[in-house]
Design a protein around this ligand. Structure first.
Ligand code: GLN
Length: 561
């Protein structure tokens, strides 16, 4: 994924002896006032700028909750669960990191309080602490510090950006902030703290208010951290005078108080940060001389395409969490990227699968150029997905089924084409006589829910004549997974004879990874999640192909009308 980046250039650090040495620099991103300000986007934007200057950068997220990972959290709690190439169920911010940086993350890029405590408790049981009383300080904070430095110690990165989840003042964040305080002391110029706060606009007073920012910085100072850079999230322009006031009250240099005003797209944020010289300020503060300008050529091309795109493409997303903005984050972003590369503006219509019935399906899916059926777990909303898929198949709408969406394609086809009325996945109905989707063999003995699915990247071999192979331009691909159930091999021949082709499979286990209806415009289901591997600079080929098919279908309809 990082193939298109410029070659690595280690940070040249001017030491007191005027010798150049190679040292990893650590940037900490904290947040104050309220959550959901977009620390992930600010971290990603800064990483994008440093990468575009030729540095090697990685971003990691430290989440202050007790869960070992977000894999067991439902989307209402925590939005989408992202999956890394090495099979870690991760915070959705890692998706932003990859989409912005075009660089893969791994398990090491996302650590939770649960993981920290688990590791400390394991060490205690092994006797590693030699009879000492194990305490939050120093044992938990030392474990946090060790984890912060893990990626830096590989020698692969010039910069490690660490986003601290939560908000300053949260009880849960305290050990992380103490670790950051200690690290800043130990690392000197090689550590820097960017603090993101909120500047609310009070409508009644017609005024922006900086007091919450001042309080938030005070809280940070109380735990011994002086922020080097302040990023003010705001809906309205914060005038220079007000920024100077913030600088004065918070002991931050005036030019290091930057605003992050609402943008029409998150992908604009790196440019907005660069306009205010965030990258130059960070480099200078860390003892580096910013040379020239970041190479944002391909990034700007993408944004220019977005600006130039006038026509819409209407895609429907059928799922049971569509009311949650973050539940299908990576799918939304993949569709957005694909649309931009096809010179269109994405008009994404969320369709709640629980509300789809045979009586209203035509109305609900009317006018769409393409339909995506979302991943998911459990029975709720599943019948609506079958109904939507039947309608899409019969009306030959470009349709993309992802993970559970692909499984639903298989079940719907079994019920309505093969005539297996009670066909189902054993996830939904353990007693079905036609278990066309069944639990994978290796899953049968597993009882723990956390981290036990088929997770991460697996190879897939595609049939050369398939739509998928043509889309990827190759027959050998690797995509990421997150599932327990699979296409039941016993039924493969019957599906193939009736027209649903198994066009992609795992080369070792022969698990079916991709199904297609070749005689349709575009009816493709993937057991894997292509949305985890779509970035701004490297959009996923299958999403691009789906988008092209949807646009073509839209144009055909227009011509007929
Ligand atoms: N629930 C299905 C399974 O476990 C699909 C999972 C998903 O869509 N990610 O196989």
């Amino acid at each position: 994924m990082s193939g298109r980046e410029r070659p690595a250039r280690h940070a040249k650090f001017l030491t007191s002896n005027n010798f150049f040495s190679v040292e990893t620099k650590y940037i900490f991103v904290t947040g104050g006032v309220v959550s959901s300000l977009g620390k992930g986007i600010i971290s990603s934007s800064l990483a994008r700028l440093l990468l575009s200057r030729g540095y090697k950068v990685t971003i990691q997220k430290f989440d202050p909750y007790i869960n070992i990972d977000p894999g067991t959290l439902n989307p209402y709690e925590h939005g989408e669960c992202y999956v890394t190439v090495d099979g870690h169920e991760a915070d959705l911010d890692l998706g932003h990191y990859e989409r912005f940086t075009n660089t893969q993350t791994t398990r090491a890029n996302n650590v939770t309080t649960g993981r920290i405590y688990q590791s400390v408790i394991d060490k205690e049981r092994r006797g590693d602490y030699l009879g000492k009383t194990v305490q939050i300080i120093p044992h938990i904070t030392d474990e946090i510090k060790r984890n912060v430095k893990l990626l830096g110690n590989t020698g692969k990165f010039d910069f490690v950006i660490t986003e601290i989840g939560g908000t300053v003042g949260d009880i849960e964040s305290t050990p992380y902030l103490e670790a950051v305080r200690q690290l800043r002391w130990e690392l000197g110029k090689n550590a820097l703290c960017v603090h993101l706060t909120y500047v609310p606009y009070l409508k009644a007073a017609k005024e922006l208010k900086t007091k919450p920012t001042q309080h938030s910085v005070k809280m940070l100072q109380q735990v011994g951290i002086q922020p080097d850079v302040l990023v003010l999230r705001t809906e309205k322009d914060v005038p220079p005078g007000m920024r100077r006031k913030v600088a004065q009250f918070c002991n931050v240099e005036p030019e290091a108080v930057i605003q992050s005003i609402d943008a029409s797209t998150i992908y604009q944020v790196p440019l907005m940060m660069h306009d205010q010289q965030l990258d130059q300020i960070v480099l200078r503060k860390m003892g580096l001389q910013p040379e020239g300008e970041p190479d944002l050529g391909a990034w700007n091309t993408f944004l220019q395409k977005l600006t130039d795109a006038k026509e819409e493409v209407r895609i429907g997303l059928v799922g049971k969490y569509v009311e949650l903005q973050d539940a299908y984050k990576s799918i939304n972003e993949s569709l957005f990227q694909a649309a931009v590369y096809c010179d269109r503006r994405l008009k994404l219509e969320s369709i709640h699968s629980e509300k789809i019935t045979p009586g209203n399906v035509a109305e609900k899916l009317k006018g769409l150029d393409g339909v995506v059926v979302a991943p998911g777990f459990g029975q709720r909303g599943i019948e609506g997905k079958f109904t939507a898929l039947k309608w899409c198949r019969e009306n030959d709408i470009p349709t993309f089924g992802i993970c559970l969406g692909m499984q639903c394609m298989v079940i719907e086809f079994a019920r309505n084409v093969l005539g297996f009325e009670d066909a189902n996945s054993t996830e939904m109905d353990t007693k079905t006589t036609h278990n066309v989707i069944d639990l994978m063999e290796e899953q049968k003995s597993i009882s723990n829910l956390g981290g036990t699915m088929r997770l991460g990247a697996y190879k897939c071999v595609l049939k050369p004549e398939s739509k998928a192979a043509k889309a990827y331009g190759t027959t050998e691909i690797s995509e990421r997974h997150r599932h327990r159930f699979e296409f039941n091999e016993d039924y493969r021949d019957r599906f193939e004879e009736a027209g649903m082709k198994c066009v992609g499979e795992n080369p070792e286990t022969h698990l079916v990874e991709v199904v297609e209806l070749p005689e349709k415009r575009w009816y493709v289901g993937t057991q894997y999640h292509p949305e985890y591997q779509s970035t701004v600079l490297n959009p996923n080929p299958l999403f691009l192909d789906f988008m092209r098919a949807a646009i073509k279908y839209g144009e055909e309809r227009e011509q007929k009308a």
